[in-house]
Design a protein around this ligand. Structure first.
Ligand code: SF4
Length: 335
């Protein structure tokens, strides 16, 4: 309890993130103090981010057939996962999906493709979709296209992509257990490029892959160094055919503690629920929104289905949390 009081003074009053040492103390708080921790994380979120929740929808514009070997991912070509692969969708189809997402209540739309990094044809095709969405909807457009060159990052920024998602996935020390076809440093380089070229960085990870609490704390500290404005929290949904297909689900209270921990590491940023929350948190999903989470992905994920968007929007209404409005980059004129 004393440690929480010191953390409250530092994070809530001072707006300063917790230190790794304080984070490790949080990981050992007894379960009876979990609600005290949740309450602190919620007050930090309200003070620095307000009560609104960012609502995003995403499209898997190219599914499966990826040459990389991320152990959690059913889209890696080398794993025998039962998914429906599809080639890159044409811009008209991406636009149609964006329009329905806007009707459902999203203010952000993310175009995701399963590749190591985009080739020029893919990039041009995605940019065509981005420009159409910016012309015909009021959505903020985000992209997640893998590892970028500087020139590619520049093109996306110029096309008006507000935010680029590139998850670092896990701690640097654990990354080689999860991915061997590219390195943590290669990913970090794209995170830096994205910001240098004028896009906001969205970068988070997946929990429940066998990493320790110490590695979660290490991961949060490493992410802070990269300076994302948004941190997506995914909870492993073990996909059949992948190397992590037999891993047990994270216990829901452990997932809630992760939400609170990341809020205290990122007092001013968006902490977003991403894949796996329905499966892992079950009836505790609303509690995460009271433990510092202030962003949601609604609708389906890349290869798994979410719950109906109406259920999520009702949850926000029930919690008295309004939906955030979009904020397009003012410097990029509409196409
Ligand atoms: S996580 Fe991304 S890069 Fe890794 S295998 Fe899946 S689609 Fe490919």
């Amino acid at each position: 309890m004393d440690s929480l009081r010191a953390i409250e003074a530092q994070v809530l009053e001072g707006g300063e993130p917790i230190t790794p040492e304080q984070a490790l103390q949080i990981t050992t708080l007894p379960d009876e103090e979990l609600l005290t921790l949740v309450d602190l994380a919620h007050r930090v979120r309200l003070r620095y981010c307000g009560d609104a929740v960012e609502v995003e929808s995403l499209i898997s514009a190219k599914t499966g057939g990826c040459p990389e070997d991320c152990a959690f991912c059913s889209q890696a070509a080398r794993f025998q996962s039962p998914i429906e692969n599809h080639a890159l969708l044409p811009p008209e189809q991406v636009l149609a999906s964006a329009k329905s997402s806007e009707e459902l209540g999203a203010s952000q739309f993310c175009i995701v493709v399963a590749v190591r990094g985009p080739d020029e044809r893919l990039l041009d095709n995605v940019i065509e979709g981005v420009e159409a969405i910016r012309r015909e909807t009021s959505l903020d457009v985000h992209c997640s296209l893998g590892i970028l060159t500087r020139e590619q990052a520049r093109k996306l920024a110029r096309a008006g992509v507000a935010r680029y998602n590139h998850n670092m996935e896990t701690a640097r020390s654990y990354f080689p257990q999860i991915v061997t076809t590219h390195s943590w440093d290669e990913r970090a380089a794209t995170c830096r490029l994205v910001q240098e070229e004028g896009m906001e960085l969205c970068s988070g990870g997946i929990f429940g892959m066998g990493e320790s609490w110490q590695q979660r704390v290490e991961f949060a500290s490493e992410l802070r160094e990269l300076g994302p404005v948004e941190v997506p929290l995914n909870f492993l949904n073990p996909r059949p055919g992948t190397p992590l297909g037999d891993r047990p689900l994270l216990p829901p209270r452990e997932a809630i503690r992760i939400c609170a921990l990341f809020r205290l590491f990122f007092p001013h940023e968006t902490v977003r629920y991403s894949g796996g929350r329905e499966l892992v948190l079950r009836d505790l999903q609303a509690l995460g929104l009271l433990a510092g989470v202030n962003g949601l992905v609604i609708g389906n994920y890349l290869t798994t289905t979410g719950r109906p968007p109406e259920d999520d929007l009702r949850m926000l209404d029930d919690l008295g949390m309004p939906r955030a409005q979009g904020h397009r980059p003012a410097s990029v004129p509409l196409p």
